[in-house]
Design a protein. Structure first.
Length: 321
């Protein structure tokens, strides 16, 4: 009798198939997509009167103002959606900066190994011992004036050359120097965890057969890192990018709550919470100033964490073992 064929190995499902089975991650993805769409489109459709200050201060939620008004009589729905754009934008840009720095640093450290890896990882440990909020506050205080002077220099140079549009742009950007410095500072702080994760993956990948073959064929270190290791790290990087965004948003909100981040007339979830906390008193509660920003911020951070967990379960090879 012919021998029975050996049972075929059960292949691990594709990562996107696993993600589709995760209802919490799919719901989180849908919620975030809807929030981004609403935050971008709805403020442009609202009447101009709701975007301006008025004498209708602290009006509770009503038909005219669905989420009430703030101390300046501005509509809270408009302020909340504007704050969503700023907070999510800061979170995304800060996370992308940390992704770039952390990925490059972790790849070099893991691939080099030996003493280079040891020195680079000890440097990460030293930086992680410094309170990140304190580090960001120092950077903001130290760099804010220098960035303003830099914009002033560009504006004056543009005015001499009669480049009026560039001069106007530099003058407008000068009002947001603290925001720009804060975003860069957040990115410079949050890369430490990303570097550790990437370095750990590179330590495993560099011992694989395809990396050994690349070296044997004369591929230099840069080619191995960019052509072979980076593509194999893409899903891990994407996964932890979604987990870094909430951390950046929380840091930005805390700084704005302290008055060191987003300033009027711009708004973020942290600055809205700060405004709401300033008017809390036991006699008359303006509850809508705190409840709506807190709920939207909590829901968004929860959705980002659910999405990040879903991506990690779907694409991390160890999760299917």
């Amino acid at each position: 009798m012919p021998e029975a064929a050996a049972p075929a190995a059960i292949a691990r499902p594709d990562g996107w198939q696993i993600l589709k089975r995760n209802r919490a991650a799919l719901f989180a993805l849908g919620f975030l997509a809807a929030l981004l769409l609403v935050a971008i489109v709805v403020p442009m459709l609202l009447p101009e009167a709701l975007k301006l200050t008025s004498s209708e201060s602290f009006v509770p939620p009503s038909k005219a103002h669905l989420l009430g008004t703030d101390v300046n009589g501005q509509d809270m729905l408009y302020r909340l959606l504007s704050g969503a754009r700023v907070s999510l934008g800061v979170g995304l840009v800060g996370a992308l900066i940390s992704l770039g720095i952390g990925t490059l640093y972790g790849m070099i450290s893991g691939y080099a190994g030996g003493r280079v890896d040891g020195v680079m990882m000890r440097t990460v440990e030293v930086l992680q011992s410094v309170p990140r909020i304190l580090f960001i506050m120092i950077l903001i205080a130290a760099l804010d004036e220098y960035v303003k002077e830099w914009f002033d220099g560009w504006r004056l140079s543009a005015e001499k050359r009669e480049w009026n549009e560039l001069a106007k742009l530099m003058n407008d950007l000068k009002a947001y120097t603290k925001v720009l410095v804060m975003v860069v500072s957040l990115g410079l702080v949050e890369w430490l965890t990303m570097a550790r994760i990437v370095r750990g993956q590179v330590l495993v990948l560099r011992e694989m057969t395809f990396v050994t073959a690349s070296r044997a064929m004369g591929q230099d270190a840069k080619g191995v890192l960019l052509r072979h290791l980076l593509p194999n790290l893409s899903t891990i990087i994407l996964t932890y990018l979604t987990l870094t965004i909430p951390a950046v948003i929380l840091d930005e909100s805390f700084l704005s709550f302290l008055g060191l981040g987003i300033e009027d007339p711009a708004a973020s979830w942290g600055s809205l919470l700060k405004d709401g906390a300033q008017v809390i008193n036991p006699l008359e509660s303006k509850w809508w100033l705190l409840v709506f920003p807190a709920l939207l911020m909590a829901a968004s951070l929860l959705a980002l964490n659910f999405l990040g967990d879903g991506l990690r379960d779907a694409f991390d090879p160890k999760s299917g073992e």
